[in-house]
Design a protein around this ligand. Structure first.
Ligand code: UDP
Length: 242
């Protein structure tokens, strides 16, 4: 193979916020965090300096903390300011959303005011398919769509609730209230029976409100054009580092 061509390093996958590259180890990938922000299924799009750096750093802190609490994740190691090394997985076509407080699509769909506290967390699944608009599904749909067996759905739900309890406590120490979040799981390339937490956990994928002021410290600042978008991400990172 032409050595120069090999060095161009085309990503094997490019998503809205990250790119994936191969490494010398066939079971390890490099995940690069991009500076782009998107909302409304990619309709609204803009680049923000340092976004990739903030989100990589926030994900790393959270994944390390979750690993310490016994949650299996795809994290291998830190690499540089915008890259992590991760285990190769096959992502399950499920978006797993956990909600502690009504907001976003829940409030819209159910007509419940944002900020309404739930008695217990809600776990919901969406089927990951941009063309279909990531439709809301349940574990029966997941089984029939071949997205997750009943056992896998139960495991994913239990793990999501454990992650929620861990994250809630962690963010609270940073004076942040975890309103809701989205996570994804993958099957290890080396052993597809093993399901691990994959993808990012950042203010792109979590709603975080300041405990004292209720100020939004997450992607809603971009979605709703509130300004101070990267300032909020910098503040979240700063608080988590303390
Ligand atoms: N979320 C996400 N990616 C998605 C959909 C939702 O990261 O494709 C996150 C979102 O940031 C929020 C939570 O999941 O923290 C719940 O989102 P919701 O269903 O309320 O949808 P939204 O209001 O974001 O459309």
């Amino acid at each position: 193979m032409n050595h120069a061509a090999h060095n161009t390093m085309e990503p094997i996958y490019e998503g809205k916020a990250k790119r994936l590259y191969t490494t010398e180890d066939p079971n390890v990938l490099r995940m690069e965090y991009k500076d782009s922000a998107t909302a409304f299924n990619g309709e609204k799009k803009e680049d923000f300096e340092n976004k990739g750096r903030f989100n990589k750093a926030i994900t790393l802190i959270i994944y390390k903390m979750l690993e310490e609490k016994g949650v299996k994740t795809h994290l291998v190691s830190d690499m540089d300011d915008i890259n992590l090394l991760v285990r190769k997985v096959s992502i399950m076509p499920l978006e797993v959303i956990v909600r502690n407080v009504a907001a976003g699509s829940f409030s819209k769909r159910m007509g419940v005011a944002e900020g309404t506290q739930f008695t217990k967390p809600i776990v919901e699944f969406s089927y990951k398919d941009d063309a279909l608009g990531d439709p809301f599904i349940n574990d029966d749909y997941a089984r029939e769509m071949g997205a997750a067996s009943e056992e896998d759905s139960a495991y994913v739900k239990k793990t999501a609730l454990l992650i929620n309890e861990t994250l809630k406590e962690f963010f609270l120490k940073a004076n942040l209230r975890l309103i809701d979040f989205k996570i994804e799981f993958g099957r290890l390339a080396t052993d597809p029976t093993q399901i691990v937490l994959a993808d990012e956990i950042t203010p792109d994928t979590c709603r975080l409100w300041d405990v004292e002021t209720n100020e939004k410290m997450d992607k809603d600042r971009f979605r709703r054009g509130l300004g101070g978008f990267m300032e909020a991400y910098a503040e979240v990172l700063n608080r988590l580092q303390k």
